[in-house]
Design a protein around this ligand. Sequence first.
Ligand code: GLU
Length: 486
Amino acid sequence: MPQIRVRFAPSPTGFLHVGGLRTALYNFLYARRNGGVFILRIEDTDRTRFVEGAVQNLIESLRWAGLDYDEGPGKGGSVGPYIQSERTAIYKQHALMLVEQGKAYYAFDSEEELEAMRKQQEKLRIPPKYDRRALKLTPGEVKQKLESGVPGVIRMKVPEAETIAIDDIIRGRVEFESDRLDDQVLVKSDGFPTYHLANVVDDHLMGVTHVIRGEEWLPSTPKHLLLYRYFGWELPAFAHLPLLLNPDRSKMSKRRMQDGKQVDVFVEDYRKRGYLPEALVNFVALLGWNPGTEQEIFSLQELTEAFSLERVGKSGAVFNIAKLDWMNSVYLRELSDADLIQRARPILEEAGFANTSDAYLVAVFHLMKDRLNSLDDLVSFAGYFFKEPETYDDASKKKNWKPETAGHLHLVRAGLLSLGTFDHAGVEGVIRGVAESSGVGGSRLIHPLRLALTGIAIGPGLFELMVVLGRDTCVRRIDRAVTLLG
Ligand code: GLU
């Protein structure tokens, strides 16, 4: 059996979508599992949709996710270049071969003519399709138009009344009626190939053995099958992956809210929000594929060992953000201190907390890690570790801040200042002592103290929290709260 070669072939039209990450991942896993080669190919022939910087971002997102490719931009390989805009001559030459053999033809219709044709077909209630008027041109007329520079396209000639079928690895046999296919444009008037031509030519020339891609490309597949036939090339195997869906089963296309949580569609957004790549990769691996066991947490290595296309389902996969958050928290809790520091630094820096020490960051993390869903939560929900509270929770203020509170906190403050070592036992002793000497229950001190120190009513254990904040910060925040809350 020849070596397995697969490719991820994104168009650089923007950031990498989580669906794109899933496609890249399945290709990567399939290659690794089978001792194959994973290729990255950039499909940038649609110049109207090209986005500056998108290629760099795609490569960066794959690197972040740990999906190393073997051949592709920046890596090289024996069948490059791997960027389609650098291969236009190859496509043109292949299209001309088909023209010569009568399997494709030149057409010179203007936009207006095509529009009028569509309108007419609409009126007659026939499916919109190119009516092949260009086939009436004689070879002499075509030659003359080409020589005088009339802009033209090359279209493929689709056979009439034929059933075209594939045996998809995931979907089984899928049939298409050729009569429903348009004479697809292969080369546009700007000289660039369309996706269909470039994709097939490259899959062949790059020796791709398995085309693993999203279900949205299934309708294009019969055109590709015809091209393979016209060129006389052997077909690769096809596997069309199920769509990614929102919980209401609509297609997942842009950012939205799900149970009060933000659901993003771009890998970049998850990266920025402090999700760990291991967690996102583990999560998208299970969008469509299942291991056939109860196991849910998989390292990339474990995925490689367990993955098979046979265990990918055909029905749409629902993107459940609560599950991603859970997975992320599992991975977060396992982070080493060194890893944590490296990953949390950029988030702290972006939030303006660059001068936090490593030791302090680690202490905050250990105190909070069971409550975090993502590293971003360090600054969003536990921001009070890094900056003074700016506001004080109203409900807690009403309930817990009494006229005598300032007096009690004053005693706590004095006790903290006189402590030998500022540790858990010492802090607890001070608070219990003040509660006893003032004849109030501990909770009459703990709630207002938490409010004074953090501005909110929930959080980790108060004594542990105070030890992490440190004596100076506790004293300063007590003073500030007493001034502001009276
Ligand atoms: N360029 C297409 C995309 O953006 C590739 C589809 C395919 O894999 O054939 O997804």
